[in-house]
Design a protein around this ligand. Structure first.
Ligand code: UDP
Ligand code: MG
Length: 316
C-alpha cells in the first residue's frame, strides 16, 4: 500500500464527509493505493456514526474509536500502530489542511529520501493570540532540538516514512514534538514543505489557551525525559550528593570552629545555635531526599509506566 492517512478527530462530524471525498479525489487522480484511518478520540457528537456511513461507501476507510477522549497524541499513536502504507500522512480533520499537498509529500519521502516532511503553514488563518505564542514555541523548540530547518513543529499535516512511525511512541501532549522524537530515534532527514492552510470551516478549536502553558511544560519534560528516562539517577544523584556534601561540610566547619574556640579559650556558641546549622540540616535532608527520589525514579523507569494506556472501544 502506498499511503496511510491518519486523521485524529474529536467532535468533527460536519467536516468528515468533505474531507474523505477530497482525499479520495486526490488518491484516485494519482493512482495511489491508500487507506484512511480515522481515529475518533471519544467524540461526543455524531462523528462515529458519520465514520460508519463513510466506511459503508468507501472501503478504504478504517475507523478506530476510543472509549473516551485521550488526546491528539494517543489518537495519532494508535493510527501509527495500525498504518500499513509505505508513507504515513497525518492530517487534522477540520479541513484546515489540504489533501492536495499529499502527492508532493509522498514524492519527498519516496523519491527525495526524506524520513519526515513537516508542513509549514506559512500563511496561517488563525488569530494572533495563537500565532504569536506559536512563533515563540517554534523558536525555542528549534534551538533546543537542533532541528534548525523547521518553522512549524506543530503543523498537523506531516508525512513519514513507515519506519519512523513504527519506531516512535507519541503520548501525553507530545504530538507537538514528533520531529524531535523522530530525530532522537535516528531519523535525521527531516524536510519542510510550505502548505496551504484554511480557516476552520465548522466547529471550534479543541485546544484552549492552556495549550501554551502545557506546551512549555511538555518542552521541559520531553527534554528531561529524553536525556534521563533510562537513568534518572544521573539527574537526581549528582544534585543529591552536592546538597548532602554541602550540608556535611558546613556541619564539619561548625564543629571545628567550636573545638577551636574551646582550645583557644575564646567565647563560642553552641553549634545548634548557629544559623548556619539549620542551613546544613536542610541541605543534608534535601540531599538525602533527592538521592532517594533518584532510586524511586530508577525503579519506575525499569518497570515501565502506563503512559501509553488508552482503551479502544470499536474498530471498523
Ligand atoms: N483532536 C483530537 N483530540 C483532542 C483534540 C483535538 O483528536 O483531544 C483533533 C481535532 O479534532 C483536529 C486536530 O486534532 O482534527 C487538531 O485540532 P484543532 O483543529 O482543534 O487544533 P488547531 O487547529 O486549533 O490547532
Ligand atoms: Mg484546526
Amino acid at each position: 500500500m502506498d499511503i496511510s492517512v491518519v486523521i485524529p478527530l474529536y467532535n468533527e462530524e460536519e467536516s468528515l464527509p468533505e474531507l474523505v471525498a477530497w482525499i479520495k479525489r486526490v488518491m484516485d487522480e494519482n493512482n495511489f493505493s491508500y487507506e484512511i484511518i480515522m481515529v475518533d478520540d471519544g467524540s461526543k457528537d455524531r462523528s462515529w456514526q458519520v465514520i460508519k456511513s463513510l466506511k459503508a461507501e468507501n472501503e478504504h476507510v478504517t475507523g478506530i474509536r476510543f472509549r473516551r477522549n485521550y488526546g491528539k497524541s494517543a489518537a495519532l499513536n494508535v493510527g501509527f500502530t495500525a498504518a500499513e502504507g509505505n508513507v504515513v500522512i497525518t492530517m487534522d480533520a477540520d479541513l484546515q489542511d489540504s489533501p492536495d499537498e499529499i502527492p508532493e509529500l509522498y514524492d519527498r519521502i519516496m523519491n527525495q529520501d526524506a524520513d519526515l516532511v513537516s508542513g509549514w503553514k506559512k500563511k496561517r488563518y488563525d488569530p494572533l493570540t495563537k500565532t504569536i505564542p506559536t512563533k515563540l514555541f517554534n523558536s525555542v523548540t528549534r534551538s533546543m532540538s537542533g532541528i534548525d530547518n523547521l518553522h512549524d513543529f506543530n503543523c498537523g499535516l506531516k508525512a513519514y516514512k513507515k519506519d519512523v512511525v513504527k519506531s516512535i511512541e507519541v503520548y501525553g501532549e507530545m504530538h507537538r514534538y514528533i520531529p524531535v522524537l523522530a530525530k532522537w530515534a535516528g531519523f535525521s532527514k527531516i524536510q519542510e514543505q510550505v502548505v496551504q492552510h484554511f480557516p476552520r470551516k465548522y466547529g471550534t478549536t479543541k485546544f484552549g489557551p492552556g495549550r501554551f502553558v502545557k506546551g512549555f511544560l511538555d518542552l521541559m519534560s520531553i527534554f528531561f525525559v529524553g536525556k534521563f528516562a533510562k537513568r534518572p539517577m544521573h539527574f537526581f544523584g549528582p544534585l543529591g550528593v552536592i546538597s548532602f556534601l554541602l550540608g556535611f561540610f558546613i556541619t564539619i566547619y561548625l564543629i571545628a570552629d567550636k573545638l577551636m574556640s574551646i582550645a583557644n579559650g575564646t567565647a563560642y556558641r553552641n553549634v545548634t545555635d548557629q544559623p548556619m546549622f539549620f542551613l546544613s540540616l536542610v541541605a543534608i535532608i534535601l540531599g538525602t531526599q533527592l538521592f532517594l527520589t533518584g532510586f524511586v525514579a530508577e525503579l519506575v523507569a525499569r518497570n515501565g509506566s502506563d503512559r501509553n494506556k488508552y482503551h479502544i472501544d470499536q474498530v471498523i
